[in-house]
Design a binder for this molecule. Sequence first.
Ligand code: GLU
Length: 451
Amino acid sequence: MNCIDEKLQPIFSEVTRRNCGEPEFHQAVHEVLESLGRVVAKHPHFLDQALIERICEPERQVIFRVPWVDDSGKVQINRAFRVQFNSALGPYKGGMRFHPSVNVGIIKFLGFEQTFKNALTGMPIGGGKGGSDFDPKGKSDGEIMRFCQSLMTELHRHLGEYTDVPAGDIGVGGREIGYMFGQYKRLTNRYEAGVITGKALAYGGSRARTEATGYGNTYFVQAMLQTKGTDFEGKKVVVSGSGNVAIYTIEKVQSFGGKVIACSDSSGYVVDEGGIDLELLKEVKDVRRERISEYAKAKGVGTYFISADKGSVWDVPCDVAMPSATQNELSGKDADTLVKNRVIAVGEGANMPSTPEAIQVFQTAEVLFAPGKAANAGGVATSALEMQQNASRDSWTFEQTEERLATIMRNIHDTCAATAEEYGAPGNYVLGANIAGFVRVAEAMQMLGVI
Ligand code: GLU
């Protein structure tokens, strides 16, 4: 890890003391504080009013029990969280994650990242995140519905279109959003469409929301490639993951003339030198909800399935890597392999998928590196567009919405690049994203007084 400026060191020590046993949160805060040394050197007023300390402390954290009855009649208990991190720019906004690994530290790191990401979009949204250690894998539709309803029975009192607006994340897609919105509507007796995003078109969703995170990351990487006079045409691309983000990354990269040759899930990865067959992948993952090995089985010759413990998807030589699975999925060793294989650009579709060591390797090798809080902001930005459509009771075309998304991604890219340049680190998108996101939130907080 790089160093934190000595003026900021006490802030980091306090964060680790107050949030012990939460390594992902420490990692996310450390990365931002590393960048802020240059800000406070130039603008010492950002040290006033304990602004940075306040940004590192969530405004509110809710932890609650979720009891539900499984198909065999047995009562199950899960724990759920909503961390309302920062509302200086707008209502708390961020997804819900259902995964057994979820704990308060994971949700806190995600909420912290979300605050800067949302600021970068330029939309009026604060930062928040939630989730549960519930594992949707292998659960029936009825079990998923009863879990979502029980969760919302508590969560609804903390939400509202002007208060806190959840959406999806890992393990939470259209089906779960529908059940949660249904229960919210029933409990509040209000058709408050703007209280949750990622809805289906049938009841107030936005066109292009499903595609937005993957498309957005692809637009961002394209903008980075263009700074070097190149683009996706003819490039070999590896995308990790096979969920919503990965699928629509593959779709957009293919439409830009790139060739995606590998993708993965938690059990392994497939290499398809002819280019990933997107329709088959959608069928296996989206419709049948099966493991990626089924893709390999269906495709037969020319496709290989290798269990994750025999290697990593990052061993596959490529020009562009787009990690779109989960946090810390790409290690320093993986980064070494990618650099050895001459990767030229990395765009993070997931939240914090590269470890600090991996980022260091990419930056030392001068690989174009787009951090998640900038590159994957297209999802939440389109959520804000969904809120806008709900507020005006309007519904935009796919083209109109995608155009807004493309403009937002271009602006985020240019803002990060210009900020990095201004602070003496041209090409450092990590620094640019951290500083630009921070300044937007901090300036608003200053104007609002000590709250
Ligand atoms: N979970 C997504 C993210 O990490 C989307 C959040 C949202 O749309 O509110 O940004």
